[in-house]
Ligand binder design. Structure first.
Ligand code: ADP
Ligand code: MG
Length: 662
């Protein structure tokens, strides 16, 4: 239902809400508070002097006085508390209008600190509301906002939206809700937006998480049924011989994952597997070996990656390996020259393996015998993009690779529903990356350290978020700074706006050690792999999200050299975000902390296109909650989903005929 039906929402409010990704009535009531403020405890004057904000009830006893001092306006009036003789002075600085709303003789709710000043109790710029309003005196929901929208407005809209609650959102019957001691979704949402007590709120949040996860499990189970189709495929290969051609031994979990994928591909049903592993755990090689095996069996394989830079790298870096096995590989990105020839070869089956960006899903790209498709760093593609790739062959086997962290407790259980392989170790010999916050004042020390490092033949990345602006940390300015500071060394520059051939050249040069320092934008965020690079310097780190910072840092520590990540921050003292990075190297721990810091967050469903598993509040679920979701799910499945409204899945299939998981 469109939000137009709600009172007070015109074109302007609509625009503002759209900025919060709220477009419908359901989006509104599913917009969870980011945090709560407990303003429910009524405090008496005598107890409230601890320099914290409290909830008071006072009656206005005087008219408003306003003084114009030299630099500011001071407005004040007096109030009193029932049963107390003390006089309370309410003071507003720089704001003569707000207190005009207070009427003499009337009683209001206040939320404020109080202190004693010259023998009187004083409250400065107190927040207040009418007695029948609920912004004070209750647990108040705090929402993520955008300019033009106040917390109170959003809250009011949400409560209005709740009146239009769509009962279809309850995907299980009342009996199930009762059987498992839950509540209906509407009841839970009402509590989440208008908490009656902390314990009721906790229970409602928990109910929502349990049911949401359960819904996702049902979804996964249904999708799996619908996407797996019978097929017959034979692959012959000598794994030992193939692995013998690598420069290293696979880790145990790489080998296990590889075997799981291969086993899937020759099973009676086509494969649809998710490969999960933290940054640097070595997912690529696992996929490449499978691709090579397909190619050696006269099938075609394709890998789709999110950036051109990454496509180029995967191609260049592994050419030698492909040659060893005599398989023919091609690279296809938006800027590939002579596309027509390449497309012809591909359609005729002269190319065994295609690596590329979304250019490979364009309509005029066709394969002769495509049987295996890999999506690298899948969270950057929408579901429909991935489907288009899969539709280019018959009975295609899919592999999706991601660094999106899923808690261990969850994946052990989810792997019963979803085919999932996990690489949970890094290759031998890796040393943990040391992360340090560097104040801008310490630049000389940083530069000395970098110089020492380059003299030892290692290489350095310098990353910023800014291409061309006046910021002194813009790409160009940093490039100039590093060129000047490291005159004796070779400094390269890389950003998305370069021509493809230039990007290609810069990357090759850096990989071959022709540059000592590469100043780049986040085009290098995912996938880039140069083992000799061991220092990552990130400017304006506060402009990046934690997961981006973790990915960027993952560009170093890929060889056997001790590696470092420096976050150059204006302030010497780290804020919470950077501190998390300094203290943690594990991707899962980092997302968990990220969640804790951002607060509740939205509990999203997998049903949204292109969404990321890490957006779901699974990370905040405790073991009992996860267990409960699985218990309900198992019950529903055993009973053939007769207690379930599966229309939400049908809706999904209306648009997307074939789905690739995740
Ligand atoms: P990610 O999982 O982040 O995609 P990559 O696949 O890029 O990681 O692998 C990181 C680096 O580790 C690559 O240079 C790769 O060649 C190397 N690598 C992968 N597996 C091993 C291994 N078992 N032993 C040593 N190095 C490995
Ligand atoms: Mg990768």
């Amino acid at each position: 239902m469109d939000i137009d039906v709600l009172k007070g929402i015109g074109a302007k409010k609509k625009d503002q809400l759209a900025r919060l990704n709220i477009y419908s009535v359901a989006d509104l009531y599913n917009y969870y508070p980011k945090s709560y403020e407990d303003r429910s405890k009524l405090t008496r004057l005598g107890e409230g002097k601890d320099n914290k904000k409290h909830f008071f009830i006072w009656t206005i006893r005087s008219k408003l006085y306003t003084k114009n001092l030299r630099k500011m306006t001071v407005s004040y009036l007096y109030a009193s508390e029932e049963g107390s003789n003390e006089r309370i002075r309410l003071v507003w600085l720089y704001d003569r209008y707000t207190p005009m709303k207070l009427k003499i003789g009337k009683t209001y709710k206040f939320f404020t600190k109080i202190k004693e000043y010259r023998g009187e109790i004083e409250a400065i710029n107190p927040e207040f509301s009418e007695m029948d309003e609920d912004q004070i005196g209750s647990i108040v929901s705090i929402y993520r906002l955008t300019s033009g929208l106040s917390n109170k407005q959003v809250h009011t809209f949400i409560n209005e939206a709740l009146e239009y609650f769509d009962s279809k959102e309850d995907f299980v019957t009342k009996e199930i809700v009762q059987k498992f001691e839950l509540c209906s979704r509407l009841t839970n949402l009402e509590e989440v937006h208008n908490p009656t007590s902390i314990s009721n709120l906790t229970k409602a949040k928990s109910n929502i998480k349990v049911l949401d996860l359960c819904k996702d499990l049902v979804f996964l189970d249904q999708i799996k049924k619908k996407t797996k189709h019978p097929h017959k495929l034979n692959l012959s290969y000598h794994l030992k011989e193939i692995l013998g051609e690598l420069d290293f031994d696979l880790t145990k979990s790489q080998l296990r994952s590889l075997k799981e994928i291969l086993r899937d591909c020759v099973a009676p049903y086509s494969a649809n597997r998710l490969l999960i592993g933290d940054v640097g755990s070595g997912k690529t090689i696992v996929a490449l070996i499978v691709m090579i095996i397909f190619a050696m069996n006269t099938y075609q394989a394709a890998m789709m990656v999110p950036t051109e830079v990454l496509a180029i790298q995967h191609y260049e870096k592994n050419l030698e390996l492909f040659n060893k096995f005599g398989v023919k590989v091609a690279l296809l990105t938006g800027s590939t020259k002579d596309k027509d020839n390449l497309k012809e070869d591909l359609a005729e089956g002269k190319i065994d393996i295609l690596i590329g960006t979304h250019a490979i899903i364009q309509e005029d790209v066709s394969f002769k015998n495509l049987k295996f498709v890999v999506n690298d760093e899948q969270h950057r593609f929408g579901v429909s993009q991935r489907q288009m790739l899969a539709l280019k062959g018959e009975d295609v086997n899919y592999l999706t690779m991601t660094a999106t962290p899923i808690p261990r407790t969850l994946y052990l259980k989810i792997s019963n529903i979803l085919d999932m392989s996990v690489i949970d170790e890094v290759p031998k010999g890796r040393k943990p990356i040391e992360t340090k916050l560097v104040g801008t004042g310490s630049q000389d020390i940083l530069f000395d350290f970098i110089e020492e490092n380059i003299k030892n033949k290692r290489q350095v990345y310098v990353v910023t978020n800014n291409i061309d602006s006046d910021d002194k940390n813009s790409l160009i300015n940093l490039y100039k700074l590093y060129k000047k500071a490291f005159k004796a060394f070779r400094v390269g520059i890389l950003h998305g706006k370069l021509k493809s051939s230039e990007k290609d050249q810069v990357l090759k040069n850096f990989a071959m050690g022709k540059f000592d320092i590469l100043v780049a934008t986040t085009v290098i965020e995912v996938g880039i792999d140069v083992a000799n690079a061991n220092i990552m310097v990130i400017y304006n780190p506060n402009n990046f999200g934690l997961s981006t910072l973790h990915q960027l840092r993952g560009r170093v520590g890929r060889g056997n050299y001790k590696s470092y990540c420096f976050l150059v921050n204006e302030k010497d003292r780290p804020d919470g975000k950077l501190k998390v990075l300094e203290e943690n190297t594990d991707g899962f721990e980092i997302s968990k902390k990220d969640f804790e810091m951002r607060g509740g967050g939205k509990i999203l469903s997998l049903l949204q296109h292109g969404k990321n598993l890490s957006d779901i509040e699974y990370l905040n679920m405790d073991q009992a909650e996860i267990d409960k979701s699985f218990e309900i799910f198992s019950y529903l499945r055993e009973n053939d989903y007769k207690d379930c409204d599966l229309s939400f899945i049908k809706e999904f299939f209306k648009e997307d005929k074939r789905i690739i998981l995740n």
